[in-house]
Every structure is written in structure tokens, then in C-alpha cells.
Write a protein that binds this ligand. Structure first.
Ligand code: HEM
Length: 373
């Protein structure tokens, strides 16, 4: 069964029409050479299994790449937290976590007054995330925007279904360009008070540069999407305005459950694993579909509805040792925005469009001033 393609084409049709017919909620996709996992029970059985490793870029070595390209790619990806395992993963994660945990409590999460109509993401969500990431790293919003643009350049090639050798050369080239940019940012902020407290500052550049790109890259898009979904849920549930202050954490958690910005996390199998009838072989991927897992009817009653009674923990930040490092910061930010949702409630929805990609979701919202006020 070709699951990956169907999830990318029409997630809702898959979720409504096909998923209920899959008995074990774990199913093999020949095209992806991957097992797809759709329920909480199997996620919990597998996500902490030591035989499932991070989905690294180990296969790069098998490609006929030129030595320069291979060296740049290997150095870059061996410093990318999500793609590492074992002691290296622990070291990188500690570095990133030190920066986030040192700083996230002192960030100013104010949402600010809203007075423009139009695209919610462009007008409000994106500038807000630039601002939070700028405070986290200790650089300007303009420089965060430049780093994000550079990382999007790198990722845009990697997201293509099929890569030629020429594409890999282009990825390596975009990594070199991003490094030049980080080098420039790094030298300009070297003496600034805010940046000096940055725990990544003292690392050698070959570790610091990829980690800085990693942070803005992993942090930006899902954070913006989470704000878009939060605004959508608030505006489509006017009754929440009464509870926005007292139940801000529950509102954010439920918004993230219903619309996880990252829909898949993946691992690669290193030794045979048997779960139920599924016989997972070395080299095969295990892909956890967080969207369906968050709507597992065995854990979340009436799973397609926004329901603050959903007390079960959801999986939008993943689970196990790769659990999102940014999650304390994101929770604080979404909570602060919810508490200030009086600003959002000055508006109504003109249009909303769910954006479904294979590994992520987002929402395009158009808002206008609420004429009933
Ligand atoms: C709503 C916003 C966000 C969502 C939904 C989200 C989701 C996720 C998920 C699902 C993973 C797990 C990947 C896996 O298990 O393979 C992850 C990992 C990660 N996230 Fe986030 N993330 C968000 C925001 C952020 C932010 C703001 C940052 C940093 C500033 C960040 C940094 C990271 C890092 C460094 C990892 C890798 C952790 C590891 O492999 O140990 N994320 N994120």
C-alpha cells in the first residue's frame, strides 16, 4: 500500500476512509520501504526501542559524490541534533538545551497590538517567531530572517522526492553560503551582551554554525504553523475567549493535538523488530504519523473535535529521546499568546485553508476586523 503518497495527496481522505480499515494501525509501504505507525499503542512500543535509530544521512557515503560535497554534507548533518544517536546526540542535545533552558524564561513573549487585516501568518505569526528566535539566540530579527532564508534554501533541495548528484552539489553549496552568513552574524555580535551569554558561542565554528542553522530551521516553520492553528481554533471557537486566561495551557495543548505542525517523525531499524504481525527488518524506516496518533480514538474521545476535556498527553513534540528541545519555549509562547487573545478576537476569519504536505501541515488564514464589535 502506498501510504506516504496518499498522506501527502489527501491526508483527510486517508484518515477518514482508509485508516479505520487498517487492523493493526501499523502498515508497510513498499514505495518508501517503511512501516507507518498510526496509533499511540504502537508508538509507545516502538519509539524508545534502542534498535530503532535516528534517520541519519548515512546513505550519503554510498553515493558517487565528489569528496568536497561529501565532506560538507557529512560535517553538516553530523551536527544536526535530530539525525544523531548515542553519545553524539547527547552532546549536541545538551548544547542546544543549555541555550534554550538558560534563556526561555527570560524571553519577552508579548504578542502586541493587532491593527492590520489580511494574511495572519505574514502579518503576525512570522514576525512574532522572528522576534522570539532573535531573543533566544541574541541577534536581530533581521539576521534571524536571513538565517531562516539560508536554511530554507538548504531544505528546499532536500525535500524533493528525487535528488540528482547535481542537487547534492547544490545543497553543499547552499550550506557553504549559509556558513558565510553565520560567520558574518557571529563576528558582528561577538561583543554584544545578549549574544555573549549564548551557550553556543564558544564552540568551534564547524559545530556552532550547523547548530545555529539547526535551531532556527527546526524552530521556525512548526512554530509559525502552531500560531496559525491556534488563531484558527480561537476564532472558530468564540466560547474559548471566556477561558483564554484561566485555561491557556489546555487551549494550546489541544490546539497542538488537533493540528500537529510536524506530522511525521522517522527512525531507521538496525536489528529485526517484531510487533504484532509487523516484522520490521534492518534498513527499513519506521514512520510515526503524529497527526493520526494524536487522533487515536482509544486515547482521545471524539478525537476530531476541539475538546478541552482531552486530558491525555498528545505527541506533537514527538516522544522519547528526540522529544523537541524547543517545547518549553513554544508552550510558554503559545500560552502567552492565548492569554492575550483579546487582540485576536478583535478579528473574524475571512478564509482558511489547511495546507497538507507529506511531513508537515500549516494553515493559511485571512482575517478582517470583527464587524460585530
Ligand atoms: C510548535 C512548534 C514545534 C513543533 C511542533 C516541534 C516538533 C518537533 C518534533 C516532533 C521533534 C521530534 C523529532 C523526532 O523525534 O525525530 C522535534 C525535535 C526538535 N526540535 Fe522542535 N518543534 C517545534 C519548535 C521548535 C523550536 C522553537 C525549536 C528551537 C528553538 C525546536 C528545536 C528542536 C530540536 C533541536 C529538535 C531535535 C531534538 C533531538 O533530536 O533530540 N523545535 N521538534
Amino acid at each position: 500500500m502506498y501510504i506516504g503518497q496518499q498522506l501527502a495527496d489527501d491526508r483527510f481522505a486517508f484518515y477518514k476512509d482508509i485508516l479505520p480499515g487498517i487492523r493493526d494501525q501499523i502498515v508497510f509501504d513498499e514505495e518508501f520501504n517503511a512501516w507507518f505507525v498510526f496509533n499511540v499503542r504502537h508508538l509507545n512500543l516502538l519509539v524508545r526501542d534502542e534498535r530503532l535509530l535516528a534517520n541519519t544521512k548515512a546513505s550519503l557515503k554510498e553515493l558517487p559524490l565528489n569528496a568536497d560535497t561529501l565532506q560538507v554534507l557529512e560535517q553538516f548533518y553530523s551536527n544536526w541534533v535530530m539525525f544523531t544517536d548515542g553519545d553524539l546526540h547527547k552532546t549536541l542535545r545538551r548544547r542546544v538545551n543549555t541555550l534554550i533552558l538558560d534563556r526561555y524564561r527570560n524571553i519577552d513573549y508579548r504578542w502586541g497590538p493587532m491593527d492590520k487585516q489580511g494574511d495572519f501568518s505574514e502579518l503576525y505569526a512570522v514576525p512574532y517567531v522572528y522576534n522570539i528566535l532573535a531573543q533566544l539566540i541574541g541577534i536581530s530579527e533581521k539576521d534571524v530572517a536571513l538565517l531562516i532564508k539560508a536554511s530554507e534554501q538548504i531544505n528546499s533541495l532536500l525535500l524533493r522526492g528525487y535528488l540528482t548528484i547535481h542537487d547534492f552539489d547544490a545543497v553543499a553549496q547552499s550550506i557553504r553560503q549559509a556558513y558565510q552568513l553565520v560567520n558574518d552574524v557571529d563576528s558582528r555580535y561577538r561583543d554584544s551582551d545578549r549574544y555573549v551569554g549564548n551557550a553556543l558561542l564558544d564552540l568551534p565554528s564547524e559545530q556552532k554554525y550547523p547548530l545555529l542553522i539547526n535551531l532556527v530551521s527546526d524552530g521556525f516553520a512548526p512554530f509559525v504553523a502552531a500560531l496559525n492553528f491556534l488563531a484558527y481554533n480561537l476564532l472558530t471557537h468564540p466560547e474559548l475567549e471566556q477561558e483564554a486566561d484561566s485555561r491557556s495551557d489546555d487551549i494550546c495543548a489541544e490546539s497542538l493535538r488537533l493540528f500537529p505542525p510536524f506530522t511525521t517523525i522517522s527512525r531507521v531499524c538496525s536489528e529485526e523488530v517484531q510487533v504484532g504481525d509487523a516484522h520490521i527488518l534492518p534498513g527499513q524506516l519506521v514512520i510515526f504519523d503524529l497527526y493520526s496518533i494524536n487522533r487515536d480514538p482509544e486515547c482521545f474521545p471524539d478525537p476530531d473535535c476541539f475538546n478541552l476535556a482531552n486530558t491525555e498527553r498528545a505527541y506533537s513534540f514527538g516522544a522519547g529521546k528526540h522529544l523537541c528541545s524547543g517545547n518549553p519555549l513554544v508552550r510558554k509562547a503559545l500560552g502567552a499568546v492565548t492569554k492575550q487573545s483579546g487582540q485576536i478576537y478583535k478579528y473574524e476569519l475571512v478564509d482558511s485553508k489547511f495546507i497538507n504536505l507529506y511531513g508537515s501541515t500549516d494553515m493559511k488564514l485571512t482575517i478582517k476586523k470583527n464587524t460585530r464589535l
